[in-house]
Structure formats: C-alpha cells, structure tokens
Write a protein that binds this ligand. Structure first.
Ligand SMILES: [Zn+2]
Length: 174
C-alpha cells in the first residue's frame, strides 16, 4: 500500500465532501471535470482516459458488470489525479499466456491507478467502520465478510478481499 496514493484518494473524497458509501465514481469524475462516456467496447478493453486541453474524457466499457465499470472509472480518475504522464491511457486486459489469467497491472502507473481506485471506492475509514459494525451486529461468518462488504461498497468480492488484506484488517485470502 502506497501511503501517498492512499492520501490522495482520501483528499479527493474530502475535497468533494463525500463520506457516504457507496462512492459514485462517475459523480467524482464529473466533479473533477472529467466527462464520462459509456461505450460498447470489445470485452478486453475496460476503459480509456483521453486528456485533451478542452476537457478530458473517461470512456468505460458499458458491457462490463457494474462493479467492474465502477472500478474502471475510479482507475481512470487515478491516472488523472496522480498526474500520470501521457495523453491517452488505454486499459486493456492482457492475457497471460502461462496460466490464462488476466491482468493489466503491469507497469507502475497501472499499479498506482489500481491502488488509487481501491482507496477511492473503499476508503480506509469507512471499510474499518463497516467491518466493525458487521462484526458487532451479527454472527456473520468470516468467509462471508468480504462478500457483505463488497455489496455495501459495490465492488467485486475479490477487490474487497485484496483491500482488507492491504489494510491489514484480515490476514490472508482464503
Ligand atoms: Zn490504467
């Protein structure tokens, strides 16, 4: 976990006075001056950030599930807020030939944008609060915690599991 990326995501939410979950990344983008478009891209293209002098554009794959679209928009906001170098960011799934699993977090800017997206959609304080509330309120089993939190934050269960580990709130993925 990169503290400065964490701080920049927190600062973005504070600047926009957003405290309640789920965070709406399309609204965050709009309020930062990015226009968001939904396009029916091919399946391997998650999203694009185009930087233009007259205003930057985020395009997201409308055929992907909602949780994935939300993460993509937050990721593109990350490229913007972190002032990554370049005018065009194309976030495409790269198929790993060895095991067939996909990943686009292959260079440092992509890793940073993903870390920003996680921190924006799953703010540390809110995740901690919701986790404590869940553990106090019910007999929910540990294995269902990530799923329940994922529902509350409208992210994938996998994204929430990674976030819980990165925040040190759970020790390992099952
Ligand atoms: Zn990217």
């Amino acid at each position: 976990m990169n503290p400065s990326i964490e701080e920049k995501a927190t600062a973005t939410l504070e600047q926009l006075n957003l405290t309640s979950i789920p965070i709406d990344p399309a609204s965050v983008a709009a309020r930062l001056g990015l226009s968001v478009r939904f396009e029916s891209f091919s399946d391997d293209l998650s999203g694009v950030l185009m930087r233009k002098p007259e205003g930057s554009i985020v395009a997201v794959n409308s055929r992907h599930g909602v949780a994935r679209q939300r993460f993509t928009i937050a990721h593109e906001i990350g490229h913007h807020v972190l002032q990554h170098k370049g005018d065009l960011f194309i976030d495409q799934t790269v198929l790993n030939r060895r095991d067939g699993r996909s990943s686009y977090a292959i260079d440092s800017q992509e890793i940073e944008a993903n870390a920003f997206a996680a921190a924006l959609l799953m703010p540390r304080q809110q995740v901690t609060n919701e986790l404590i509330a869940l553990m106090n309120s019910s007999m929910i089993e540990q294995k269902n915690l990530a799923r329940e939190l994922a529902n509350r934050f409208q992210v994938s269960e996998q994204a929430m599991s990674f976030r819980l580990v990165n925040l040190g709130l759970i020790t390992s993925l099952e």
